[in-house]
Design a protein around this ligand. Structure first.
Ligand SMILES: Nc1ncnc2c1ncn2[C@@H]1O[C@H](COP(=O)(O)OP(=O)(O)OP(=O)(O)O)[C@@H](O)[C@H]1O
Length: 665
């Protein structure tokens, strides 16, 4: 389990200054509000000095000299000042919150937008929980720092400085005495802060591991796995153990806080006592003619203002360190370059303009294991710290294949001389696609067939640029897909996948996801074409029935037909169809087939075909094996050739063909 604190440790502290600079930059759009907050802080700090300083006058000029009108004036000021300070304080915290929340909002927006633009590769290489956690927990984690810490630092520093000045004005000797004891106080806070920091680190780690455990076991798949393997008791024990640890840590953390405040209280009490002793002695012995009762009271009041801000400044340091680590995690994601993006002046191609010819020219492609170099400092640091390399996203770094010596070095224990020779070296992966070339004419159906893992899905990924080819090119109407705007590709291409993903929303919303401006008639025409309209009408609320993740459970076949209706409504020029492998009953099978016909009609279709009917109606069958197209032609041609297709066909459909002939043909 890797936590952000571990990562921070690995990254070292060098990034801190850069991180702070970037955080400060995030405040730039709100610089005028920040200036107002600073002014408010300074004004309230200065106003805060008025009352303690007035105390001296109240005692020495008003009470001791029995001057009632002056006493009333002073007391009035003492009443009005805190009211004004309070009002300014409220306004300042409103501004603070506005700025802080907007900075957080900006971070969340930037992160969401950036993540949305990341390629599929990023999502296949990263745990979903990790992505969500950065977007929500990490951003929320820095919230208190963004809204409070900066202002708290400024206001504490200005309180400390102004109070010391005021104390010096009242009595330099007493100031010296008060501050003379300060080092001891600082020493205690530093110690306590250190212990707190360690405990809070442990608490974060325990919380993270509990969250991961909950996420893993309390999902539909997790619960299924646990129940079917009878592992509830084991999971329960594991959870209880972590939970107990968290409980102990929380209690410990609270108690350390308690000691912390006790020390502050003791100092609050001890130092005024010392001041009374020294100042009292001065009055009794007449050694300082300027020492008065008013001064003693004013001084002790001022002095009580100073210790708490100092304590806070010290503990803030702990918070800041923690949140710098969180900011690092946020920036780390923001810094991952977008791999697949529009070229400047990318071509906008509408469905009407496109004819839908799809061409693959010598396409080669390999799934890369590692992510861009921006994330690489971690594994290098991890290696230096003896990490075991089980870090998911950051775990693998391939060495150049000619770097055998370095690889050997890494196996024999990392002596750290070569920064590349750090982690276990996986083999250079086999090419997933090799020199794939074919052309599908507008309106034609091309069927991809081949054994599992041959690369059929990967071929379909190249058209909408879910991945970019390494070599060769994919073209639509003779335009390289890399030159076409991604938004256009999204419009031109419709995809029906094996697993239908429906949003937790109404059937209508799920259908209109394809085209928000579709009319009711268009929508119903699409569902009728996909042979699902009648079934939708049978649902409790018809088109308004909630389906999806936690909604009404539709059968696999029904979901597929909704997905087909969704793409019919979208009306793309090019269709990518990944036919479900799971066998449906004959009735559902027929309905799906009925739905597919209008879907494929008039469109260029690239289908990963599992249905005999699709294969038979294909204009061209492309047989894929180990990333290459090994055979191509029509069904009859390929059967006659007696190669891989004939073998696959006989294996898969040899027996079924008899039933099919009875039912379908
Ligand atoms: N994200 C990925 N990262 C690394 N390798 C991958 C990734 N996705 C697929 N592969 C590998 O690429 C190869 C081709 O996979 P692909 O999914 O294209 O095969 P397929 O022909 O569609 O198989 P099936 O019919 O079983 O779905 C397989 O060896 C697979 O393990």
């Amino acid at each position: 389990m890797s936590s952000y604190l571990e990562e921070q440790k690995l990254r070292g502290r060098k990034t801190d200054a850069r991180t702070v600079r970037r955080v400060v930059e995030a405040f730039k759009p709100y610089k005028w509000q920040v200036v107002l907050v600073l002014i408010a802080i300074i004004v309230t700090t200065v106003l805060g000095l008025i009352n303690p300083l007035l105390i001296e006058r109240v005692f020495d000029d008003a009470i001791l000299k029995k001057n009632m009108p002056l006493l009333i004036i002073y007391v009035s000021i003492m009443i009005i000042t805190p009211i004004i300070t309070g009002l300014i304080g409220v306004w300042q915290s409103y501004l603070n919150n506005i700025i802080g929340q907007r900075v957080m909002r900006d971070f969340r927006n930037r992160l969401y937008q950036h993540l949305q633009n990341m390629s599929l590769r990023f999502f296949t290489a990263t745990r979903t929980g990790e992505i969500q956690s950065r977007l929500s927990n990490d951003v929320n984690g820095v919230q208190s720092v963004v809204t409070n810490t900066a202002t708290s630092i400024v206001s504490n520093i200005s309180t400390v400085v102004s109070t010391i000045i005021a104390m010096l004005l009242l009595s330099p000797i007493l100031t010296l005495i008060s501050l003379g004891l300060l080092p001891l106080f600082l020493w205690i806070t530093v110690k306590v802060g250190g212990i707190r920091r360690i405990t809070s680190k442990e608490t974060q780690q325990t919380m993270a591991s509990m969250t991961a455990m909950m996420q893993e076991t309390l999902s539909v798949s997790g619960i299924l796995l646990m129940k079917t393997f009878g592992r509830q008791k084991y999971a329960q024990e594991l959870f209880e153990k972590e939970n107990q640890k968290l409980t102990d840590l929380e209690v410990r953390q609270q108690m350390i806080g308690r000691w912390f405040f006790m020390s502050i209280n003791i100092f609050f009490s001890i130092i005024p006592a010392v001041v009374y002793l020294v100042a009292g002695a001065q009055i009794i012995s007449h050694s300082d003619p300027f020492m008065t009762f008013g001064k003693i009271v004013a001084f002790t009041t001022l002095q009580s203002r100073i210790f708490f801000p100092i304590g806070q400044l010290l503990s803030i340091q702990v918070d800041v360190q923690g949140s710098l680590a969180l900011f690092d995690r946020i920036f780390e994601y923001l810094d991952i370059p977008i791999e697949i993006k529009d070229k400047p002046n990318a071509l906008r191609l509408t469905t009407d303009q496109s004819r839908g010819r799809v061409t693959f020219n010598n396409v080669s492609f390999t799934y890369k294991k590692d992510l861009p170099d921006i994330l690489i400092p971690l594994p290098e640091a991890a290696a230096k710290n003896g990490s075991n390399g089980k870090r998911g996203l950051f775990s693998l770094r391939r060495l150049p294949t000619d770097n055998g010596a370095a690889a050997e070095e890494s196996k024999n224990g990392h002596n750290g001389k070569s920064s590349a020779a750090v982690l276990e070296v996986p083999e250079e992966p086999r090419q997933t696609l090799r020199n794939v070339s074919f052309e599908i004419q507008p309106g034609q159906l091309a069927a991809l067939v081949g054994p599992s893992g041959a690369g059929k899905t990967t071929i379909t990924y190249m058209v909408p640029r879910l991945y970019d080819v390494d070599e060769g090119s994919v073209e639509i109407d003779s335009h390289n897909v890399k030159d076409i705007a991604l938004a256009s590709l999204g419009e031109l291409i419709g995809v029906v996948t094996q697993e239908t993903y429906l949003l937790h929303s109404s059937v209508r919303d799920n259908l209109l996801y394809a085209r928000a401006d579709a009319t009711e008639e268009e929508m119903i025409a699409a569902t009728k074409a996909a042979a699902i309209h009648d079934r939708i009408m049978e649902l409790s609320d018809g088109y308004d029935t909630i389906v999806g993740e936690r909604g009404y459970r539709l059968s696999g076949g029904e979901k597929q037909r909704i997905a087909i209706a969704r793409v019919i409504l979208k009306n793309p020029r090019i269709l990518i169809l990944d036919e479900a492998t799971s066998a449906l009953d004959t009735h559902s099978e027929r309905l799906i087939q009925a739905a597919l016909e209008p879907l494929m009609k008039g469109r260029t279709t690239l289908a990963i075909a599992h249905r005999l009917s699709t294969i038979l109606s294909a204009d061209i069958i492309l047989v894929v094996d180990k990333g290459e197209i090994v055979e191509r032609g029509t069904h009859e041609e390929l059967l006659t050739a007696g190669g891989m297709y004939a073998r696959l066909y006989n294996e898969q459909f040899g027996k079924a063909i008899l039933d099919e002939e009875e039912t379908i043909v």
